[in-house]
Design a protein around this ligand. Structure first.
Ligand code: MLT
Length: 200
């Protein structure tokens, strides 16, 4: 997997960044630098190519996921992260994974399948990665979700389903609704900065 690693203050959690469909490893770096300046950054590029757009897993149609592929990629991501945490000497438990859209969905799949491998996840405009696969215990896992009530790509009911599934698995969850659609808002970034200050 292509990625960038930027060293920073090792007293801070490493920020693990996963972009949305059609993005790349540079997209979320400005947000990372805004919400926690000087934190080490590990930012990945999704290795699925959909008509020239980078993604983290295959889909059958917009909003319809290839769940076998999601599970396979979530496992690969878990192994990849364990290896990178060793290589760059940071703790995955302390790290904060931040994903937007498709990147949020693969983080959600990772939590669903491997529980508290990560204890801090920021899911910006996510969907539910699996229709009804059981979720591992998420006790000790802190999740920030940002969603738009008028989001047509990640519709409201998807957010509600994900929230209920994760809370049902004992995650501690913060959900911020905006009036907008799928795009990130300044308000979300400001709220995230405060959430991260509490959880680092
Ligand atoms: C997906 O994973 O397909 C999304 O949530 C939608 C998108 O990234 O376009």
């Amino acid at each position: 997997m292509e990625y960038v690693y930027e060293s920073g203050n090792n007293n801070y959690p490493t920020l693990i960044l996963l972009h949305g469909t059609g993005g790349n490893e540079y997209d979320l770096i400005p947000i990372a630098k805004t919400v926690l300046p000087n934190a080490p950054i590990l930012s990945l590029r999704g290795d699925v190519n959909e008509g020239g757009m980078n993604r983290f897993f295959k889909r059958i149609a917009p909003g319809v996921f290839d769940e076998d592929d999601v599970a396979m990629r979530a496992k690969n991501l878990k192994e990849w992260l364990i290896e990178k945490a060793k290589r760059y000497d940071f703790s995955l438990e302390k790290a904060i994974a931040i994903g937007y859209s498709n990147g949020a969905n693969i983080i959600a799949a990772l939590l669903n399948d491997y529980g508290n491998i990560l204890q801090h996840a920021v899911l910006l405009h996510p969907m539910t990665p699996y229709k009804d696969k059981a979720c591992q215990n998420l006790v000790g896992v802190n999740v920030f979700i940002a969603a738009g009530i008028n989001d047509t790509i990640a519709p409201k009911q998807e957010t509600v389903m994900l929230k209920e599934r994760f809370e049902g698995a004992n995650a501690s969850l913060f959900l911020q609704w905006s009036d907008g659609g799928h795009q990130l808002t300044h308000e979300t970034v400001d709220t995230l900065k405060i959430w991260i200050a509490k959880h680092q």
